[in-house]
Design a protein around this ligand. Structure first.
Ligand code: HEC
Ligand code: HEC
Length: 160
């Protein structure tokens, strides 16, 4: 009886029970050995035309190709969305932040959280958009896009 209860609670708490998947973790486990870093791969190999993600070889049928290419069916759409976002954003985090914070996915997992719809740093408890006014050496016009990128990545690691 006790085992059953423990099992039931574990099942409820397990990530599979409704929580969003960690797409970066998934990529690192299933795609990275051949393609390397997901964002660098997306930027070098993929492009977006008319809102659609196109491969270098598979232009018209990328989704069909991916369905038969290591990718679990239920992650096809989220992974394509992630690659599309990466292919269309500049590598600002990599250039200006990764040297101290590691990958954006690791940084999001460890240090960021959404609170009342606002992206907040866990340690400082401050809104990231305020924090970046005096941290990270971004131009004022780069702060909002950086916050948007970090919010997206937090979603991609299942954190929102
Ligand atoms: C064992 C190596 C290997 C693994 C693992 C792998 N791929 Fe690939 N992938 C390739 C090769 C080789 C190609 C080029 C083949 C082609 O374009 O027909 C490719 C091509 C691609 C392309 C681009 C197609 C194009 O038209 O340019 C995408 C996108 C892609 N893979 C995504 C993924 C994703 C997502 C995963 C993980 C779920 C993954 N791959 C896992 C080897 C791999
Ligand atoms: C030279 C190293 C360095 C660089 C470059 C850097 N950071 Fe930081 N960052 C830190 C350190 C260290 C902290 C911990 C707090 C402190 O001591 O300021 C921090 C804290 C933060 C926090 C608050 C985290 C929390 O838990 O509250 C955010 C958000 C942040 N950095 C974002 C960025 C972004 C975005 C960039 C790039 C535009 C960046 N940082 C560039 C070193 C750096």
């Amino acid at each position: 009886m006790r085992h059953l209860l423990t099992w039931a609670i574990a099942a409820l708490l397990s990530p599979a029970a409704g929580a969003a998947p960690d797409l970066h973790d998934y990529w690192d486990g299933r795609c990275r050995e051949c393609h390397g870093d997901s964002a660098a791969f997306a930027r070098s190999t993929l492009r977006v035309e008319g809102g659609r993600l196109l491969g270098r070889h598979h232009t018209e049928d990328l989704a069909t190709f991916l369905r038969q290419h290591y990718l679990t069916d239920d992650l096809l759409v989220p992974v394509m969305q992630m690659l599309q976002a990466q292919a269309t954003t500049s590598p600002l985090f990599k250039e200006k932040c990764a040297g101290c914070h590691g990958t954006a996915a690791d940084f999001a997992r460890e240090s960021l959280v959404m609170r009342d719809g606002v992206l907040v740093g866990r340690a400082s408890g401050r809104a990231v958009r305020d924090y970046l006014q005096r941290h990270g050496k971004l131009a004022p016009s780069q702060i909002a896009p950086m916050v948007a990128t970090l919010e997206r990545v937090l979603g991609e690691v299942g954190g929102r």
